[in-house]
Ligand binder design. Structure first.
Ligand SMILES: Nc1ncnc2c1ncn2[C@@H]1O[C@H](COP(=O)(O)OP(=O)(O)OP(=O)(O)O)[C@@H](O)[C@H]1O
Length: 339
């Protein structure tokens, strides 16, 4: 990423390759009502379709205010007025095509609580998973895919444990089989043959998700939610032909040490921090084509092993808030996503 040398200022830049092993995109959400009421400034102008500037408000020792500018370049940057459909075209859609080529694909949303992870990934009307499902069922109707069927599984990772959201939050375990594939034993998977069906099963499962309240968002997620859509041969349910996982990660700021006194919250934060760091390490290893991927460092990266080794592709969507009050979190998110 850092190797890109073209100008960042309002110039037309060449689009990034949609078929890269890893793509990292940023999505900025619109100002919300509270931010508008506080007349917050938008501190995150886009410079072009691939770069964004953060105007960080700072204070000198003599208390005079100044702005520190930071510029970041990504594979795509989506502005506040972008619709999920255009985000989909350049993030999850290439992964849908890839799973029909027999690949394992993963799409993550990473960002601060309230920055739009769930809205982007898992919104029941126009989340990327719904848009993907529409294309998946259309592709399954094609004669060349007649032998395949789609299955869905939904689980969350909370404090290093896996809970099956389609089976009353039953605790389940990941293990490696003789071929060193990671299997989540006991995970309930349902065959699905249309979008309505998938949304219904997903909604049932997401009601089970463990949520708690934070200052930023009353139903903030403290867990990572993983929705997996599998393609299996109709005549062999044990075999996985292709896989696409959508992951709504826990709020990134929850991993920071915020001086919480409550032990439960501290432990949650430590675990989230561990898993997000492990994820970053794995993505870095994948990016640099390293032979060793440290996926064993957390439960999250362990269950995603097949996204990091072999025929795999990953897209990370870093979601950010536009307002000045979130500048620190926004910078942390962009630094995390910056490769
Ligand atoms: N791009 C967007 N356009 C319009 N509204 C948005 C957008 N992104 C987020 N929102 C709205 O902002 C609010 C917070 O978004 P969301 O719940 O997706 O955040 P989150 O990052 O998933 O937070 P958490 O980690 O707490 O789950 C929601 O009301 C959502 O509808």
């Amino acid at each position: 990423m850092g190797a890109l040398k073209y100008s960042t200022n309002n110039t037309v830049v060449p689009p990034s390759d949609l078929n890269q092993k890893i793509r990292v995109c940023v999505r900025k959400r619109p100002m919300n009502k509270k931010e508008m009421e506080r007349s917050e400034k938008d501190i995150a102008p886009l410079l072009n379709t691939r770069s964004i500037q953060i105007n960080e408000p700072k204070l000198k020792l003599d208390l005079t205010r100044y702005i520190e500018q930071h510029t970041f370049i990504f594979d795509d940057v989506f502005d506040a007025n972008s619709k999920n459909t255009s985000v989909y075209e350049r993030t999850a859609f290439p992964l849908v095509k890839y799973m029909f080529e027999g690949g394992r694909a993963t799409c993550f949303a990473y960002g601060q609580t309230g920055s739009g992870k769930t809205f982007t990934m898992l919104d029941p009307n126009h989340g990327l998973y719904v848009l993907a499902a529409k294309d998946i069922f259309a592709l399954l109707k094609k004669p060349e895919n007649e032998h395949l069927s789609a299955w869905i599984g939904l689980y969350e990772i909370y404090q290093g444990h896996i809970y099956d959201l389609l089976n009353e939050r039953k605790k389940i375990y990941a293990r490696e089989d003789a071929k060193r594939n990671v299997i989540i034993s006991g995970l309930r998977e349902y065959p699905i043959d249309n979008v309505g069906n998938l949304i219904q099963v997903f909604e049932f499962g997401s009601n089970e998700r463990s949520t708690g309240s934070t200052v930023a968002n009353d139903s903030s997620s403290r867990s990572h939610a993983v929705l997996q859509i599998l393609l299996k041969p109709k005549n062999n349910r044990k075999k996985i032909y292709g896989k696409l996982s959508f992951i709504d990660l826990a709020g990134s700021e929850r991993g920071a040490d915020r001086g919480e006194t409550d032990i439960k919250t501290r432990m949650e934060g430590a675990e989230i921090n561990k898993s997000l760091l492990a994820l970053k390490e794995c993505i870095r290893a994948l990016d640099q084509d390293k032979r060793h991927t440290p996926f064993r460092q957390s439960q999250l990266t362990q269950v995603l092993k097949d996204s990091f080794v072999g025929k795999s592709r990953t897209c990370m969507i870093a979601t950010i808030s536009p307002g000045g009050s979130n500048s620190e979190h926004t910078l942390n998110t962009l630094r995390y996503a910056d490769r």
